[in-house]
Design a binder for this molecule. Structure first.
Ligand SMILES: [Zn+2]
Length: 462
């Protein structure tokens, strides 16, 4: 009995030590990382007037607690009670508060908790009805003014610049926030075989061609139009390309001959076989990869968790190997294939980067393992991060999750004697900031925090 007791005591002591976040090393590293003004390489922050979270409440149009959950990753596999337009908060909350029962351990739930805790002083795990109602009121009040976004993004999350992917108007090339950096989303361009592919005019290369007096009647015309779109994106300040094709199709892109792609041009989707359509898309993707090099716009590619069949980053390796002048950025660390993504870097580190964007939100534990492994198999100047959210609370939560995750990994390596303090802090700073500034050197002209300013300089709105 005595032995069992001492064993239990010993185990509980070990269990306490096992939480890296309780160690002095972690606390020191985390404080240092919190002080790093971050370069966030990916978000979806809509113009303030059209944030997708707005609902009709008793007090009018605005954001509320239901918006914060509905417009988060939480709803991807957790059911949530729908908000009724004009409804009462209490009615919604009485049903919604039991929605979280099966989600407590999921990262899609947990990544938002730091926002409630740090921005509102609320422990969502133990929230009472009164606290929920007060939280709802405060969220509504905060979103009366876009200063809330500025405050949370630039001060609380300590983000200096944010690359923003405007997937709602891909070819509009407009920015809305002074801390925002334009991303050129090329996802839909691979479908340019027919104008009927573009229901949103702001995505349509056909509309772009018409607006710019360009003919678009052949594949050659189309290639000319795409080149002009690249020129416009570059002139508008875009720093990179982004594609989310992994949600729609396989990442296996074959370098098909032009004659095969030509067969699809001008025809509508229903008259094409799947193979013919894939030929066209593959052909255009290879041209986009070449234009990425030509215009020095590194290519952010969504890999992993999307259509699971076909989103393994290993499918990109032949295209990566054949295009050494293109800078490839493998998004989301290829989750769940984080080890595979690491080995791609190991073999092609001269022109490939890993972006851990969204990874801690998908699975905090996988992200920790990924950072541990990646730092062992590649140079530390290859890893970046991003928040990948569409409201202040999500951005704060995802940023805090990333800072914690990186700090835990570095602290563990320090305490195991695998990293010196100063080297660990340098790596943390690289992941959060310096690697993005090295890959996108034009951002150095837009840095503003060192000037002692409270806000970034304003940008002209159109
Ligand atoms: Zn995204």
């Amino acid at each position: 009995m005595k032995t069992i007791l001492s064993l239990l005591l010993c185990c509980s002591a070990v269990a306490q030590v096992a939480d890296t976040k309780q160690t002095a090393t972690y606390k020191r590293v985390k404080a240092e990382l919190d002080a790093v003004p971050a370069i966030d390489t990916h978000d979806h922050l809509w113009p303030f007037e059209t944030l997708p979270g707005y609902v009709e409440t008793e007090r009018g149009h605005g954001m509320n607690l239901s918006s914060i959950w509905r417009n988060s990753y939480y709803t991807w596999f957790n059911p949530t009670t729908k908000w009724t337009a004009g409804g009462k908060f209490e009615d919604w909350w009485q049903k919604a508060k039991s929605d979280f029962a099966n989600a407590r351990a999921t990262s899609f739930y947990r990544y938002q908790l730091p926002a409630f805790e740090d921005l509102y002083g609320v422990d969502f795990e133990k929230i009472t009805d009164e606290q929920a109602s007060a939280l709802n009121d405060r969220i509504f009040e905060n979103y009366r003014d876009q200063k809330w976004l500025y405050h949370v993004v630039t001060e609380r999350a300590n983000i200096e610049l944010m690359l923003n992917d405007p997937y709602w108007a891909r070819l509009k090339f407009t920015t809305y926030y002074p801390f925002e950096v334009l991303v050129f989303n090329v996802t839909t361009l691979v479908r340019g075989f027919n104008s009927s592919e573009f229901s949103n005019p702001w995505d349509s290369p056909y509309r772009f061609a018409a607006d710019n007096g360009l003919e678009l009647k052949s594949l050659d015309d189309y290639l000319t139009v795409i080149d002009r779109v690249f020129q416009k994106a570059k002139a508008a300040g875009a720093v990179c390309l982004k594609t989310t094709l992994a949600y729609e199709r396989t990442l296996d892109f074959v370098n098909v001959p032009k004659e095969r792609a030509e067969k699809a041009f001008g025809r509508s989707r229903k008259t094409l076989t799947d193979a013919e359509r894939k030929d066209f898309e593959d052909f255009i993707m290879w041209r986009l990869v070449e234009l990425s090099a030509k215009y020095d716009l590194p290519f952010q590619i969504h890999t992993g968790q999307a259509r699971i069949q076909g989103s393994n980053p290993m499918l990109l390796v032949d295209m990566i190997a054949a295009n050494p002048k293109t800078k490839f950025i493998l998004f989301h660390g290829g989750f769940p294939w984080v080890g595979e993504t690491g080995v791609i870097l190991m073999r092609h580190s001269s022109h490939v980067w890993i972006d851990s964007v969204w990874l801690p939100t998908l699975s905090y534990t996988t992200a920790k393992r990924a950072f541990h492994e990646w730092l062992e198999v590649m140079p530390s100047d290859r890893i970046m991060w991003g928040a990948d959210c569409n409201h202040a609370e999500g951005i704060y939560g995802a940023t805090e999750f990333t800072r914690r995750c990186v700090a835990e990994v570095l602290a563990e390596k320090i305490d195991r004697g695998e990293l010196k303090d100063e080297h660990a802090l340098r790596i943390g700073r690289q992941i959060l900031r310096d690697n993005a500034l090295a890959l996108f050197p034009q951002l150095k002209d837009r840095l503003w925090k060192h000037k002692g300013k409270l806000e970034p300089p304003p940008v002209d709105k159109d």
